[in-house]
Design a protein around this ligand. Structure first.
Ligand code: ATP
Ligand code: MG
Length: 425
């Protein structure tokens, strides 16, 4: 029997994993500057954490959940997204407490699971880098979160990006808009897709998010939520726009944009790329928005919140397509060439010592001939080789070669053990 990885999953192999580390490292560095701290929440949660928050009629809940009953009959879900778990944890650990500064700013990096039809940039196990900020309703924070997402993507050298912006307003806005939308859509009810028919009365805003082309044509002429904003919601949105202007961040307002999750209100945004990785088709890499009310939904006190999630696989697709070569540092500092069985112990001691001194070191374990050991050293892009044969062993010396210049010197083993870096200064 041949085993294969489950459909929609990927093995991240050496050569590829360095790219992941690079991306994650850059994100961590940026978040640190914005003073976001990492949270690591469970990869599975109780089913209700997601069913209550993502929305009963959302794709995530109706079609995409990896849920099961465990041996104790608990209804468990592999997390389809990061926010709900973070909010659950925020409430459970009382991170809204008086001694905790607001906004409470946090980020996460990790796998998410959705039962979807796998294709390029769409997997069943995928990864997100996400941030959340709690406790502040000020639109300045909305703009900072958006700006941070853009900085992150620009930091990878991505420039052809589009920021799509919209507002879902407050509850009053949505109630008024919902009615207007239903009034508009009802005459088309017979023409809508089955999913949209179902959503028309349960959750009409979801119809705007339909991927069905027929639905999209109908939706194109739907009333705009921007005409239903309350004064307060309008001020919030106008402030977001003028602060984006102040930072020189370009955006397009897309009044038909809703998100795949039901918990959003006020500001929502998507950052899209038309990279050749997606055949030039504008594809969302990063998406987020404000979710005032979500903390209460999971049993916490009234607390505004805002965040985004960025798809790591999609980012890597872009980087692979746009960047000729990745500058990833996996080069070797020192390769120890041991000639003859007798040098085995000393070679082992040398690589161990070099590693303890903070260098990367490699040797041969297969009793290979010197020539193929040197070949291996060049293949690994070793900066230096240290060669030790039986004569050197007796003299307590080794040959140090700078691979870039070809320069070779004899050095005392004692000096290598004492301070190798001094020798290569
Ligand atoms: P889509 O409309 O593409 O299905 P979504 O609205 O479901 O996206 P979000 O839940 O907002 O996506 O997730 C944020 C980001 O996570 C997406 O922009 C994308 O980069 C990534 N993402 C979402 N689902 C997947 C998936 N199945 N495989 C890979 N990446 C994904
Ligand atoms: Mg989706």
């Amino acid at each position: 029997m041949k085993y294969q990885r489950p459909k929609g999953t990927a093995d991240i192999l050496p050569g590829e994993s360095e790219k992941w580390q690079f991306v994650e490292q850059k994100a961590r560095e940026l978040f640190k500057k914005f003073r976001y701290q990492e949270m690591r929440t469970p990869i599975f949660e109780n089913f209700e954490v997601f069913s209550r928050t993502s929305g009963e009629t959302s794709d995530i809940v109706t079609k995409e959940m990896y849920d099961f009953f465990d041996k104790g009959e608990r209804h468990i879900t592999l997390r389809p997204e990061g926010t709900a778990g973070v909010v659950r944890s925020y409430v459970e650990n009382k991170l809204y407490g008086p001694e905790i500064a607001r906004p409470f700013k946090t980020y996460y990096i990790g796998p998410m699971f959705r039962y979807e039809r796998p294709q390029s940039g769409r997997l069943r196990e995928f990864h997100q880098i996400g941030v959340e900020a709690f406790g502040v309703d000020n639109p300045t924070l909305d703009v900072e979160v958006i700006a941070m997402a853009i900085e992150l993507l620009k930091g990878f050298g991505l420039n052809s990006l589009k920021l799509a912006l919209n507002t879902l307003g407050d509850q009053e806005t949505r109630a008024a808009y919902r009615q207007a939308l239903v009034d508009y859509l009802e005459p088309f009810e017979g023409e809508l897709s089955d999913d949209s028919k179902e959503r028309l009365h349960k959750n009409p805003l979801r119809v705007l998010d339909s991927k069905d082309e027929g639905d999209q044509k109908i939706v194109a002429n739907a009333p705009s939520i921007l005409d239903y904003l309350t004064d307060e919601a309008k001020v919030h949105f106008d402030t977001v726009k003028s602060l984006l202007d102040a930072l020189g961040i370009e955006y397009t307002v897309d009044s038909n944009m809703v998100r795949g999750l039901d918990y959003y209100n006020h500001t929502i945004f998507e950052i899209m790329s038309d990279s050749k990785a997606f055949n030039g088709k504008w594809t969302t890499v990063c998406a987020g928005g404000r979710y005032n009310g979500l903390v209460e939904q999971l049993g916490g006190p009234e607390t505004p919140g805002i965040g985004f999630g960025l798809g790591v696989e999609r980012l890597l697709l872009i980087l692979d397509a746009e960047k000729e070569a990745w500058k990833l540092n996996n080069d070797l500092d020192v390769y120890v060439v041991g000639i003859g069985e007798a040098t085995n112990t000393e070679s082992l001691k040398l690589v161990m010592s070099l590693r303890q001194q903070g260098l990367s070191a490699e040797r041969d374990y297969l009793s290979k001939k010197p020539k193929s050991q040197f070949k291996q050293a060049s293949k690994l892009h070793a900066a230096y080789t240290l060669t030790i044969g039986e004569t050197e062993l007796v003299n307590k010396k080794a040959n140090l070669k700078n691979m870039a210049t070809g320069e070779e010197v004899s050095v005392a083993l004692a000096d290598i053990y004492h301070d190798f870096k001094q020798l290569i200064k």
